[in-house]
Design a protein around this ligand. Structure first.
Ligand code: HEM
Ligand SMILES: CC(C)=CCC/C(C)=C/CC/C(C)=C/COP(=O)(O)OP(=O)(O)O
Length: 297
């Protein structure tokens, strides 16, 4: 029991780390875009603050559960072996109680300040990542991140529904962008960390199908991503500034995917992974700025 509840030597930093804060912050930028693009009028301050806080707390809760479920495989991999649960600084029961508190608070905020549809869609994303992806898909199939990616792609839809109260085609397009982005984002890292995933017996694509096959699929998904990222302009949801940014960012992503596929440069996999994060951040900031300019000029 002592090991299950252990918090000896754990600091608030350990608990913060369990929530995957950088990932959650990027998700909140995508939910912000969903909120602002949902309306030509302003977003109310309570939805802006408590809607994002609620989504962020639920995403954090899912991330904590991921650390609990994965603590044994995390201990086997160099990238993750120092995590609080892998090293035993935080016990699984303490972490699960923390996750429960985050989820209850997040759901409470969403039900109070947004609407029931937002709360239930957020809960579905939480369970999609914490239970479906982490508890099942991750160990079951090399397509784990393609299917599980839907949970991480949901925030623009959650933000949109928090403001409008209903699902429509435009936010689903934003979800589709993140859905197409996830395979190049993750498989680039999985190539870089292939030996570790093999050691932990996790069937990531580079382990099961090899690097060549994975690089080809990164290239194909990056092409799909470039095409899909132009659709907000095509359906008049966004203007020329967004189009220019989406083209420039997407062509640069394609450049990295091509360099990785050709195998001509060392470290191309980790460079592609790092670029993917900057890409998604810049694309969603471009959506926000473009929306602001369209409304105010
Ligand atoms: C199933 C979908 C996804 C998978 C499998 C995945 C996987 C990963 C992995 C393994 C890392 C490395 C973490 C580390 O170095 O400790 C990472 C980093 C990151 N991911 Fe993802 N990711 C997914 C979706 C997303 C989404 C939807 C976002 C944001 C919208 C995102 C944002 C980030 C960020 C910002 C980092 C850098 C974190 C850091 O440096 O601490 N990821 N991702
Ligand atoms: C409510 C809502 C929006 C939920 C989304 C939850 C969420 C935080 C999704 C993040 C996706 C992600 C970082 C997957 C990596 O998991 P991994 O186990 O493959 O990576 P790891 O080895 O670094 O832990």
């Amino acid at each position: 029991m002592a090991t299950l509840l252990r918090t000896k030597g754990a600091s608030w930093r350990d608990y913060l780390e369990l929530t995957k804060p950088k990932v959650v912050v990027l998700m909140l930028i995508t939910s912000l875009a969903g909120m602002f693009l949902a309306t030509r009028a302003g977003v109310s301050l309570s939805v802006l603050l408590f809607g994002n806080l609620g989504i962020g707390l639920c995403a954090s809760s899912a991330a904590v559960v991921n650390h609990v479920v994965d603590r044994r495989i995390d201990a086997l991999m160099a990238r993750t072996h120092k995590r609080p649960l892998a090293q035993g600084r935080v016990g699984p029961v303490s972490a699960l109680l923390f996750a429960l508190a985050l989820a209850l608070l997040g759901m409470g905020l969403l039900l109070t300040f947004t609407n029931a549809l937002t709360a239930w869609l957020t809960l579905a994303s939480l369970l999609g990542y914490a239970v479906l992806y982490t508890g099942f898909l991750k160990r079951a199939t090399p397509q784990n991140i393609v299917i599980g990616g839907l949970a991480g792609a949901a925030p623009p839809l959650l933000g949109w529904v928090a403001v409008s109260g209903h699902v429509s085609a435009e936010p689903l397009l934003l979800v589709l962008i993140i859905f197409a982005w996830t395979p190049p984002h993750f498989w680039a890292l999985a190539i870089h960390r292939k030996q570790e995933y093999a050691k932990a017996e996790i069937p990531m694509l580079p382990v099961t199908h090899g690097e060549r096959y994975t690089k080809l699929h990164i290239l194909l998904y990056t092409l799909i991503l470039l095409a899909v990222s132009l659709l907000p302009y095509a359906i008049h949801m966004s203007g020329p500034l967004y189009l220019a940014c989406a083209l420039a960012l997407g062509l640069r992503f394609l450049h990295w995917a091509w360099v990785l596929y050709r195998g001509s440069r060392p470290h191309a996999a980790i460079a592609t992974f790092k670029y993917s994060i900057g890409y998604l951040f810049a694309l969603f900031v471009a959506l926000l700025v473009d929306h602001y300019l369209l409304l105010n000029l």
